[in-house]
Design a protein around this ligand. Structure first.
Ligand SMILES: Cc1cc2nc3c(=O)[nH]c(=O)nc-3n(C[C@H](O)[C@H](O)[C@H](O)COP(=O)(O)OP(=O)(O)OC[C@H]3O[C@@H](n4cnc5c(N)ncnc54)[C@H](O)[C@@H]3O)c2cc1C
Length: 490
């Protein structure tokens, strides 16, 4: 999968220009062949044969049915293009992009339910709720990036920083799905239940999600309490803050490899609900330029970068703001090209990887990773630990028990040798997780070996069989799907 940088340099540059320019003007519904690449790892560059914007159910239906009728007609669907394993692209086939299929369809203020089209992003949904003066808000979103679509969120079965939350499937009331044969189905816990569990966390393999009804939660403000502590203290601190009523929380790990605290120490934050009468603190979110400078510093001087980052968190301990504020996260598309240019370095990116281990094993796991990272000079730009409860509803669950979710953002250069080294690193991290009975997140790359996939997702062959049941012609056939079809000899 890694981009062959020597052969694909032009394709990659064309794709990068496309990312910076963004979506085509509103009238250009179907563009000819176009180079595309995922927005974060930049390792999944490919040429798609057509680039179609859909803005309505009718447009989505006619695109799927027209492409599906072609000989070997197949396609992929994308939202904001942040998945890192080629889930949103099909090389040489049409790409259906949904970011303008993004209206709010209904807000049930009595029951706290919102129905939206799939291309809506979190900031846009928040704006709708604010405009409607709603008393409700979303319960969780990804905390690494705001500009992700709800279609992409469901397809990954994403999570945020809830202390006792399951992944997003817990917050989904229902969704509507356009199947490869053109039929349109409501999927929920009572209707088409099998599809409900397959599509959430199923990476666009079963059809195009055309609307989502999310369960909201009442708006509340939260106080952040942050302390410096060791990874070994996490299980105890987790129990303690949960007992005291915290709802959200996370741990930011030290990336300062020159220090004995590297991947051993960090900042534990917990967020406690607070009466509405308590005034909000006057917090200033990081600006884009400040965020890029901090990321740049993490590439130059990790000691200084972690100090700036942790001082910033500790300075806001005791502050009060909304759940939405605490869950929001600065991310600037195309940041790495700016960092590379400033540091005059070879084109690079970061590869995210996320592993899960039982809470009691988080310290031992991190010690394994620490040793490995130092021995192999793994360049960790960012690392955080969150928490997840067991998901007993999706077909390919990544959350099988209360677990620590350990996320690493690893610098890589884009040439073959560097990306192969990064892939090896990700495989070693998966092995450490497996050692503790854990697993990894499918969304960020497809570097895992077949043995690793089966150890972490024993239902994968059955998942592929069910894909063929619902989509016998494999109309929804991303590069991610083709990779696993080949791996499992389907
Ligand atoms: C910087 C960064 C931070 C992140 N932080 C988090 C985090 O905190 N928590 C977390 O859980 N994840 C996180 N992620 C992962 C992210 O949630 C997933 O990769 C998500 O799928 C991306 O959404 P997207 O809109 O970019 O979708 P895309 O990347 O465009 O697509 C992802 C998948 O969704 C499918 N899809 C999209 N729309 C539809 C639709 N309408 N119908 C059917 N299928 C569809 C695509 O086919 C594809 O399989 C992060 C990723 C990045 C790069």
């Amino acid at each position: 999968m890694p981009l062959d940088f020597h052969y694909s340099r032009r394709l990659f540059l064309k794709a990068l220009i496309g990312l910076v320019i963004g979506p085509a003007p509103a009238l250009a519904r179907i563009a000819k062949s176009r180079a595309v690449v995922d927005r974060h790892s930049l390792l999944n560059a490919c040429q798609v044969s057509e680039y179609r914007f859909v803005r309505s159910l009718q447009q989505a239906r006619s695109a799927v049915s027209e492409i599906g009728k072609r000989p070997d007609g197949h396609l992929a669907v994308c939202g904001a293009m942040h998945a890192g394993g080629g889930q949103q692209f099909a090389t040489g086939a049409p790409l259906i992009e949904t970011r303008q299929f993004s209206k709010m369809l209904d807000l049930d203020e009595t029951n706290g339910l919102i129905t939206v089209q799939p291309g809506i992003t979190w900031p846009k949904m928040l704006q709708w709720l604010a405009d409607a003066r709603s008393a409700w808000t979303f319960r969780q979103k990804q905390t690494g990036n705001d500009n992700l679509t709800i279609g992409g969120t469901l397809s990954a079965n994403a999570h945020g920083q809830g202390l006792q939350f399951k992944p997003i499937i817990q917050d989904v009331e229902s969704f509507q799905l356009l199947l490869p044969d053109g039929t349109h189905k409501i999927c929920s816990r009572t209707e088409n239940r099998e599809l409900f569990g397959l599509v959430i966390g199923g990476y666009g393999n079963f059809g195009l999600i055309t609307s989502v009804t999310l369960k909201l939660t009442k708006k509340l403000n939260y106080k952040r309490l942050a302390v410096q502590c060791a990874v070994s203290e996490i299980p105890k601190r987790y129990d303690d803050v949960v007992r005291k009523g915290a709802v959200y929380g996370d741990f930011q790990c030290s990336i300062d490899e020159a220090s004995p605290g590297f991947l051993r120490d960090g900042i534990f934050s917990a967020y406690f609900p607070i009466e509405v009468s308590v005034p909000l603190s006057a917090l200033t979110p990081m600006r884009d330029d400040q965020w890029i400078s901090l990321v740049q510093l993490a590439h130059q001087d990790k000691t200084a970068a972690f100090k700036v980052f942790s001082d910033r968190i500790l300075a806001t301990s005791g502050s009060v703001d909304s759940a939405e504020y605490w869950q929001s996260s600065r991310y600037v598309d195309g940041y790495h090209a700016i960092v590379d240019q400033r540091l005059m370095r070879a084109p690079g990116s970061e590869v995210l990887t996320e592993t899960y281990v039982p809470l009691k094993d988080v310290h031992a796991f991190m010690e394994d990773v620490r040793k490995d990272a130092l021995a192999n000079k793994v360049n960790i730009i960012y690392s955080t630990i969150r928490f997840i409860e067991r998901d007993d509803e999706s077909f390919l669950p990544w959350a099988r028990a209360l677990s620590a979710c350990i996320i690493f953002n690893i610098h890589t250069e884009l040439d073959d040798e560097s990306s192969a080294r990064t892939a090896d690193t990700c495989r070693r991290l998966i092995d450490y997780a497996i050692k503790y009975g854990g697993r990894y997140y499918l969304t960020y790359h497809r570097f895992a070996t077949k043995e690793q996939v089966l150890a972490c997702y024993p239902e994968f062959p059955e998942f592929l069989r069910l894909k063929r049941k619902y989509d016998p012609k494999r109309v929804f056939r991303s590069d991610w799907y083709s990779h696993y079809e080949k791996m499992f000899g389907e």
